[in-house]
Ligand binder design. Structure first.
Ligand SMILES: NC(=O)C1=CN([C@@H]2O[C@H](COP(=O)(O)OP(=O)(O)OC[C@H]3O[C@@H](n4cnc5c(N)ncnc54)[C@H](OP(=O)(O)O)[C@@H]3O)[C@@H](O)[C@H]2O)C=CC1
Ligand SMILES: O=C(O)C1=N[C@H](C(=O)O)C[C@H](O)C1
Length: 214
C-alpha cells in the first residue's frame, strides 16, 4: 500500500517505517517539522506526530482522499469531532494505544470495576523523559473506559516506553493490574494490524478495539 507518514522522523515514526518496510508498503509522502516530501498520492496516512499538527493531518487526508490511522495523543474533543466529521467520506482509525496488551488490560479493568463499584481506584502511568503530554492518552482512555472520575498520577523517567497500572482497593484487599511496553514496536505492530483492517473499509470512524475484534 502507498502510505504517508506524518512525524516520520520521530520515535514512533521510525518504528512504524521499519515494520512497514518489512511488509513492502511504499512510503510516498513524508511530513515532519522541517520537511514535506510528496513522491506519490498516499492511499493511507499514518500520523504519530503532535496535537499541534491535527489540522494539517486533516487537510492532507482530505487533499489526498486517503484513509487515516492516527496515534497522536492529547487531542481535544473538537479535534475528535473534526475526525468524525471527515470519516463520513473516508475510513479513520484513532487510538491512544495500539498495543494488544492495553486492550486486554481495559477489558480486565472493566470486569473488575463492575464488581468493585464502592472501592478506591487509582491509575498511574510512567513514560520516558521526552514525552510532552501528561497524563498519557492511554491513562485517559482507561479512565474513560471505566466511566467514573479516577485520579491519574504520572511520572516521566528515563527511557520508559509506557507503563500503566490500575489499583482497586477496599479496606481489606487490593487488586493491581499493570501493562508494560517493552519496545515501541508493540505499538507499531498494532498499527500494521490496523493497516490490514482499514484496507477494505470505505468510510467510518474506528478504534483499535474495533481492529482487535475485527
Ligand atoms: N497511539 C499509540 O499507540 C502511541 C501514541 N504515541 C503518541 O505519538 C506521538 C508521537 O510520539 P513520539 O514518536 O514518541 O514523539 P517524537 O517527538 O519522537 O516524534 C514526533 C514527531 O513529530 C514531529 N513534530 C512534532 N511537532 C511538530 C510540528 N509542529 N510540525 C511538524 N512536525 C512536528 C517531531 O519533529 P521534531 O522531532 O523535529 O520535533 C517528530 O518527528 C505522541 O503524541 C505520542 O503520545 C506514542 C506511542 C504509541
Ligand atoms: O508517548 C509515548 O511514548 C506513548 N504515548 C501514548 C500515550 O500517551 O498513551 C501511548 C504509549 O503509552 C506510549
Amino acid at each position: 500500500m502507498k502510505y504517508g507518514l506524518i512525524g516520520y522522523k520521530g520515535k514512533m515514526g521510525n518504528s512504524i517505517k521499519k515494520l512497514m518496510d518489512e511488509e513492502n508498503h511504499q512510503l510516498v509522502y513524508k511530513l515532519d517539522k522541517n520537511i514535506e516530501e510528496e513522491i506519490d498520492i498516499p492511499q493511507l496516512i499514518i500520523d504519530f506526530s503532535n496535537k499541534s499538527l491535527i489540522d494539517k493531518v486533516i487537510e492532507k487526508t482530505q487533499k489526498y482522499k486517503s484513509k487515516l490511522i492516527i496515534g497522536t495523543t492529547a487531542l481535544e474533543q473538537k479535534d475528535i469531532e473534526k475526525l468524525k466529521q471527515i470519516s463520513q467520506n473516508t475510513a479513520i482509525i484513532q487510538s491512544y494505544n495500539y498495543s494488544i496488551g492495553i486492550q486486554l488490560l481495559i477489558k480486565a479493568a472493566q470486569m473488575i470495576n463492575k464488581q468493585t463499584l464502592n472501592w478506591d481506584k487509582e491509575i498511574s502511568e510512567i513514560h520516558h523523559r521526552f514525552k510532552v503530554d501528561k497524563p498519557s492518552g492511554t491513562a485517559i482512555m482507561i479512565k474513560n473506559s471505566l466511566d467514573q472520575e479516577i485520579n491519574i498520577t504520572s511520572k516521566r523517567l528515563g527511557n520508559v516506553f509506557g507503563e500503566h497500572e490500575i489499583n482497586f482497593s477496599s479496606l481489606e484487599e487490593i487488586i493491581t493490574i499493570k501493562h508494560q511496553a517493552l519496545t515501541r514496536d508493540v505499538f507499531a505492530r498494532g498499527v500494521l494490524k490496523s493497516v490490514n483492517y482499514i484496507k477494505d473499509k470505505k468510510n467510518g470512524y474506528y478504534t483499535f478495539k474495533d481492529v482487535m475484534e475485527g
